[in-house]
Design a protein around this ligand. Sequence first.
Ligand code: KG4
Ligand code: ZN
Length: 334
Amino acid sequence: MKILAIESSCDETAAAVIEDGRKIISSVVATQVEEHKLYGGVVPEIASRRHCEAINGVVSETLERAELDFKGIDAIAVTYAPGLIGALLVGVNFAKGLSMSTGLPLVPVHHLRSHIAANYLAHQELKPPFLCLVVSGGHSHIVEVTDYTKMKVIGKTRDDAAGEAFDKAARTMGMPYPGGIHLDKAAQTGDDSAFKLPRPKVDGCPYDFSFSGLKTAVINQIHNAGQKGVTLPVNDLSASFRKAVVDSLMDNFTRAAEDFGYKKLVLAGGVSANSLLRERAAEECQKRGWEYYYPPLELCGDNGAMVGSQAYYEYISGNIAGTSLNARATMSIE
Ligand code: KG4
Ligand code: ZN
């Protein structure tokens, strides 16, 4: 079964053709990051406009690269939640139009479920059940993936997402948007014990995260130093911050795996590109003899391929939308 999938939840206009949920036939990602960089973050109105301009070309190029027309496609899939509402609406309405004009079924896909599915494209042997740490610009969840379309959140952030914390700390250090990747790079040559930073815990909720205090601690250190005319060593601060975030993520993730009896751990989402997180998860899993999976770098960020993968499993579980499908800015992964 070949699915044409569309993604427009944030600042990437993307499409892909995916076969049986596991094989990428073609995939095109048009990023808007250079334009949002000028403003230090995503400007929702600009994102929506750029999706409108790009979507037709991205979908056409995806079909061209796959050497297919709509006769060779079995379903249209689209990210419909969660994300920037104006951005999502562009993809959803485009997909609805395609579905109506071709008569192909329309499959709605949850953005975070698709981040998890990025792993199915890279690891043919990976099947649920497993425990997944989904860490992106907007979400930080520990999710029990009991089946392809059955999930339970057992921990989540109480305030900022991990990616958001990385981006805000990086911005205060003068790095361009999106800062996570720049902070990760700067941290490679830094001393991670140079700065003492908190490891916030949420009372009574051992699997939940809190990153806003950590982010504020870094921002305060930079501002206080600035007021004294001192410039802090960015590499050391990046390394200390990265370690604090990864310690928090991995402490809760491994504790949850132990408590819930999971021996197969998976990373997903934009922050799963973080080199320390990937290393630490590998170490922790190896120590305990657990299986460990993470997406290749090109599938960590937003893309259409992961949407097409998850869409296959949504389709076979009967999740098909009508023409009344609407976009939603927030929606539980469950
Ligand atoms: O999943 P994603 O592409 O978009 C959302 O659905 O939010 O995640 C984007 C987030 C951004 O906050 C970005 O800074 C972060 O992923 N990110 C990283 C790295 N690469 C991307 N954070 C830390 N280290 C990285 N190497
Ligand atoms: Zn995403």
